[in-house]
Design a binder for this molecule. Sequence first.
Ligand code: ASP
Length: 339
Amino acid sequence: MKILIIYTGGTIGMKQDPATGSLVPFDFSQIENEVPELKKFGFRLDTISFDPLIDSSNIQPDFWIRLVNLIGSNHDLYDGFVILHGTDTMSYSASALSFMLENLSKPVVFTGSQLPIGMLRTDGKENLISAIEIAAATKNGLPMVPEVSIFFKNELYRGNRTTKYNVEHFNAFRSFNYPPLAIAGINVKYNTLAIHYPEKDVALICHTQLDTRVGVLKIFPGISEFLLDSVLNTENLRSIVIETFGSGNAPTAPWFLDKIKTAVKRGLIIMNITQCQEGSVDMEKYETGLLLKNIGVIGGYDSTFESAITKLFFLQAKYDDNKLVAQKLLTSFSGEITI
Ligand code: ASP
């Protein structure tokens, strides 16, 4: 068994400088000095650190491409991967990688922590140890969780279903629309019915192109024509994620619908996801949703915002034709939506 730990940055890999009291990253190749428990695993753990380390608020799509290339080039050498990442944008990174690593058949487990590993009450040690255990878990010689996932506190989630929802608590993530893939108590209990197992003998395909020409429109009571115009007419966009009310509803004022309709006619993709954390868009439920559907807005089902954005990046890079992108949005690529 060989697991590769990739440290990209974030709180987990920090400790307090005794002289100044401030948080500084430590040399991750010496992780066993900080977490001596790792020696008990009894299998090979290799580490790679990004240079420079990145606070995850600074992550850009080229970081995901680098990570995908790194996993791709080490894929045959390791049984699983643990990615240590800042929590702020971890759900975006996990979502992006779930699309970019097609036919993944090995575990890629993201984790991080709310308190640095070098602090007394850190949650980082437990998160790291459990993430390694999960990345190494097998049944009948095959990995238990061959997906891009996030482990935090004591739950393992499908990465593209997660959202960071708490800045304070140790359980910082939630997967509102999909059950946990595993729960770590005294034992790690795997929810095998929820885990995706790939077909045998499919080769990993690493997608390393992303097209970021995506905009966002969050609607609210009182939204102005001026704001709507400026978003819809932003230069060089291919799509817009519109965050609507409830089950996918928006105002029915003619000026609002006319502007959306004109944008769709111009070829802009408008993907409708809900502002609610739990539940799915169903544009046929109310007239306020049906009108959007009738003018060509695409329903995003129960997609998270993070998954919607990164799925569009991925699909737009793959297809030049927006009609194809719109069509493919209705497909679940790596379990990101419930159809
Ligand atoms: N700002 C940090 C980051 O996301 C917070 C963390 O590490 O959790 O990189």
